[in-house]
Design a protein around this ligand. Sequence first.
Ligand SMILES: [Zn+2]
Length: 478
Amino acid sequence: MTTMPVNLRGVGFYCIVLTVLSNSVVNVHCFFTAFPLLMFGGSRKLSGRLFKFSCLNLSCNIFKTNRFYRSVKLPFSHHCSFPLSSRSFLASPLEPCSFPFSEHSVRSHFSVLRSDKVIRYFSYFTHPAGEMDLKAVLDVLEELAPLSLAESWDNVGLLVEPSKPRPIKTIMLTNDLTMAVMDEAVTMNCDLIISYHPPLFRPFKRLVQKDWKQQLAVRALEGGIAIFSPHTSWDSVIGGVNDWLVGGMGSGQTSVLSQAYTSTQQKHRLEFSILNEGELDGLLEQIKCIEGNESFQLSTVKNEVGGQQVVLTCASSALTGVAQTLLSNLHASKSLNITQVQQPPLIGCGQGRLRVLDEPVSVAAAVQKMKTHLGLPHLRLALGNQKTLDSLVKTVAVCAGSGASVVQCVKADLCITGEMSHHEVLDAVAKGTSVILSDHSNSERGYLVVFKEKLAAKLSHAVNIVVSERDRDPLQVV
Ligand SMILES: [Zn+2]
């Protein structure tokens, strides 16, 4: 069997090599590293775009690969072969032909090369080939990391939605959506790009070509590609970016640095007494009309003197209007008591993490651990005052990205984030805290691989998910 260099990406891609034979039977040899023939056969069509081979017959070899191979050398754990007549294989020589596999895996951009008597045919086959609608994928993304966990200033969720519904067959994960990543997504015929950082953040007043972010939006719409950004919802969620980042330091007792709460909407509780039900009804009519107060809650009990004791909870945005209304009533104004309602915390969710390590390590060992975890040859280190490379690290504060505001308030032996300003580093060092900086996106990007597995499992491996290979931090140590 002759093989050739092919560009195969990610788990579940297949290489198909067609070989011209001289007999009248098409032999289909399927080589699998993991999946039996029936699983494969039941889920895909081998080819929808075969071309005319005149009267020649073919041998087709299918590989499942797990990595990017420059030169395909595949372990064969199964070798299956069955005959097919050339007539059924090439039912109509110039038309898409039927083969006993389902329709869904057929892509429109198969590359075909030939040399001597070998015709090689390869593509981004996925396993199992399938598709979902965008809404269903968004529901799964919400399950994995609710968008309500995102910071209030953030711009998360579906950012670009093409007008024509398009089945989601291929999803690309990237930390940043750059032009290079968009090229890659278009080449791979991606239907949805999940970009951790929101590529659209500030409002646009126009969509023109001179601004690269506007170009991206236009290209996505023209290409019918949806864009979703999770950003700080992934940072906050349990098992998200920050838990992954602190995981590089080993096990330990972990707490959240900036706690997330069940609702981002602040509420106030107003307690007051009122003379009778008639007065209360009059006040409530006015309170209902206050903007932002559509969903206030009310409870009443009769008090000893025959009046009404009232508890009213409203959104903080409506507090001024509600209070003004109550102060206009003599009884209510005399008894009014206002308290802020604290939302229940979402245990384990929020920005940043503090870990007390089960096994303290030296600063030098911590640097090595993080290099390995982040897959980086270099990190920047600032030793805390009075500290050396041998000093012990027991407590570690981490925040993915640009985390100075989150980590600087906490006392820790070591602080790990993507970037901090010169003065923020000086402040940390003065407190005796050592600092490791990886550059912004290097503290986030490694989570994409983790998320890919979570998403694939949730989608029952029904959609092809790839991590961009063009996505990288713009800074590098030279
Ligand atoms: Zn970031």
